[in-house]
Design a protein around this ligand. Structure first.
Ligand SMILES: Nc1ncnc2c1ncn2[C@@H]1O[C@H](COP(=O)(O)OP(=O)(O)O)[C@@H](O)[C@H]1O
Ligand SMILES: [Mg+2]
Length: 360
């Protein structure tokens, strides 16, 4: 099913939670709504579900306006962070609950419960009370309960946030695999950029009720349109340094605040800029290396082990630069280091507006 939001607004008294949202989700696509807490993700999701009425604007399912349909008339399945199971009922009773309400025959309930619980590997847990299941098992039951309705649209609201890191990773894969196999159009709300980037076909980045970007994960990472997106996507986050554009011997360079200059490759020339302009220069930690021949000189202020690699925080003059290294490197605090920067990966943003100076 295709889903479309047109000029969607949702306000609570004086809070504008969703502002003029326009967005299309293709049939079978998984779209992640990504943004910090309070940016309007849940409000958007509940409006799509019909639990909230839009203040203005329209919602279309396969071209049909559904604004006046009740949640139960919308053919949706929902999965929440809190699981929202009935704790005194067993897993089976939770899973078939919607079929009970529809007074479906018992054989159908048993058949369908078997189908979805086999998909989720919880066939052996059906007699267990919900309150006696682990977090991961409860979330599988909640997912089975959503899938048994054979919904045309699946809505997820931070479904993995209560699970531990390892389980979160495996559930990420499992949900994505199920969603792809079943081909169910899905909207997946999360504040976790790794989740959004690894699971989604497209990511809608929200900030203060506004849609900042709606592109593929790769596009979001490689061609961020704003400084906010550049820094929000990727971990550890992109280094942002103040820099001035300088023409040296006829070719454009950036000059950092400590006086270091670095040449800008032709394909990364910031648009509508001139010699002397101040810009925000962005470079990801993975595109900066310790290198005795590197022309940038820094001083190590912090070292953090990330397991396979070390994160080194250094000062370039009074500005901060983070880089990743192999743990074998014997770098000590307060030592001076030389750094090389892969300028083919440079990003440039307008110093005032934060808008990209590279991408259309
Ligand atoms: N029922 C409500 N009544 C009043 N304000 C609300 C309500 N629900 C959400 N809000 C406000 O709307 C904004 C967006 O909230 P929400 O959609 O829950 O954000 P998110 O899910 O991205 O964390 C926040 O400022 C929040 O305080
Ligand atoms: Mg929320």
């Amino acid at each position: 099913m295709k889903m479309e939001l047109v000029n969607l607004n949702k306000s609570f008294q004086d809070v504008s939670a969703v502002k003029n949202l326009n967005l299309k989700v293709n049939d079978g696509e998984l779209v992640a709504f990504l943004g910090p807490s309070g940016c309007g993700k849940t409000t958007t999701l509940l409006t799509i579900a019909g639990i909230y009425k839009p203040t203005s604007g329209d919602i279309f399912f396969d071209g049909e306006r559904v604004n006046s349909l009740q949640p139960k008339e919308r053919d949706i399945g929902m999965v929440f962070q809190s699981y929202a199971l009935y704790p005194h009922m067993n897993a089976y009773q939770n899973i078939v609950f919607s079929l009970v309400l529809k007074k479906r025959p018992k054989e159908e309930m048993q058949r369908e419960a078997k189908r979805v619980s086999d998909m989720l590997g919880i066939g052996h847990l059906l007699d267990r009370k919900a309150s006696q299941l682990s977090g991961g098992q409860q979330q599988r039951v909640a997912l089975a309960r959503a899938l048994i309705k054979q919904p045309k649209l699946l809505l997820f609201d931070e479904p993995l946030s209560n699970l531990d890191a390892r389980l979160r990773m495996s559930m990420r894969e499992e949900i994505r695999r199920l969603q792809t196999n079943l081909g169910i159009t899905s909207v997946y709300v999360t504040h976790d950029q790794v989740e959004a980037m690894t699971m989604a076909d497209r990511v809608a980045v929200m900030h203060n009720g506004d849609l900042l970007a709606y592109v593929t994960p790769e596009e979001l990472h490689e061609r961020p349109r704003t400084l906010f997106i550049g820094q929000f996507i990727g971990s550890p986050s992109m280094n942002i340094l103040d820099a001035q554009l300088k023409s040296i011997d006829g070719s454009l360079h950036i000059k950092l605040t400590d006086g270091t200059t670095l040449p800008i490759p032709g394909e990364r020339t910031p648009k509508s800029c001139k010699d002397g302009d101040m810009v925000k220069f962005g470079i990801r930690p993975e595109d900066v290396k310790l290198d005795s021949n590197g022309s940038v000189r820094g001083k190590v202020t912090f070292i953090e082990s990330l397991g396979r690699e070390h994160l080194i925080v250094s000062n370039i003059g009074e500005q901060r630069m983070q880089l990743l290294t192999e743990p074998g490197n014997k770098i000590s605090l307060d030592s001076n280091i030389n750094i090389s920067v892969d300028m083919r990966k440079a990003q440039f943003f307008d110093a005032e507006t934060g808008l990209t100076l590279l991408w259309e």
